[in-house]
Design a protein around this ligand. Sequence first.
Ligand SMILES: NC(=O)c1ccc[n+]([C@@H]2O[C@H](COP(=O)([O-])OP(=O)(O)OC[C@H]3O[C@@H](n4cnc5c(N)ncnc54)[C@H](O)[C@@H]3O)[C@@H](O)[C@H]2O)c1
Length: 345
Amino acid sequence: MTKPIYVLWLSQEDVIAAGGLDMAATMHDLERVFRLHAAGDTTLPEKIVMGWQEAPANEQANHINIMPGYAGGDMQALGLKVIASFPRNPYQHDLPRASALVILHDTQTGLPLAVMDDTLISAMRTGAATGVATRWLARPDVQRVGLIGAGVQCRTQLMAVKVARPSIQEGALFDIRRPRAEAFVAEMNQRLDLELRVADSAEEVVRQAEVLVTATTTVHPIVEHGWLTPGSFYAHVSGYECEYDVIRHADKIIVDDWQQVKHRMYSTVALMWRDGLFTDEDIYAELGAIVSGQKPGRENKTEITLFSPIGLGLHDLAVAQRIYRAAQAQGIGQQVKLWDKPQWM
Ligand SMILES: NC(=O)c1ccc[n+]([C@@H]2O[C@H](COP(=O)([O-])OP(=O)(O)OC[C@H]3O[C@@H](n4cnc5c(N)ncnc54)[C@H](O)[C@@H]3O)[C@@H](O)[C@H]2O)c1
């Protein structure tokens, strides 16, 4: 006996209506999945990164990443994320750099349950990973944040850092495109009741920061050795964003998944490993080991802690699972028919 099968379609507005902008909940999702990952109760193939064009000189290339995964335990999230990164979109097409979908599948039957906008979820989960890291790796009393990059990611990075450290009241942001920096500061000061200001240089941002985030589309280092203050926490979110010496002089380097970081071969720590200047032993821990209590996070007021995540599809699935359940409970989204009756069995 068969019955019609429907898939739930959730637009970005639906995702938001189902709790997509709740950063505290997103951080909770990530903590759960970090623990499952540390316990080995996840499946996480290396992401497929597909580029097909030469990048313009000194710019990132367009690419699409495909990121499947499974999270076990009481989460039972199965599916995949597809994300396109077109770094010139904001300037050439008035569109975000990244656009993404996530497909959730039923762990019992394999049937697709939901397809939803992941553009928002991806940004939220990237922020949330830093938020979780901030909880464990930043000093408890920090007041000043520093941000480089006035894009989508730095917005959610800031939301998450503020959830982890409500003591943050002020800070500085730099972007090579000043109008973007000004728009960011105006929006986020209002949203988070902060006193951020636009800085004239990356150095100015770094030197005042107790929590520093870089989330830019740069292909050249923008953070130099000697700028970070003792006791600071640095979330290095994107590619080759800091000089090798910044990594060398950090006391603890933490990643989300070292194998994934090496495979993606994109961020500063990965490039150093490729160049034989960084070994597996130089990684202090994956964040899941700290979240699940296998290793301590920050241990004193002066160490410099550095988090370099590459982003795991598992994180999107964990958030998508919560959104799917909330959408179902609240009748949000559109049911789209997959079939009345399968043609063949
Ligand atoms: N690690 C992860 O999990 C993860 C997840 C998502 C995105 N990312 C990376 O984060 C980066 C930013 O993503 P986004 O969505 O915010 O992009 P975006 O295009 O919205 O913003 C990027 C910003 O960086 C600025 N910028 C570029 N070069 C700069 C420089 N040298 N100095 C200062 N600012 C500079 C741009 O002007 C722009 O405002 C991307 O490279 C992306 O690959 C990482």
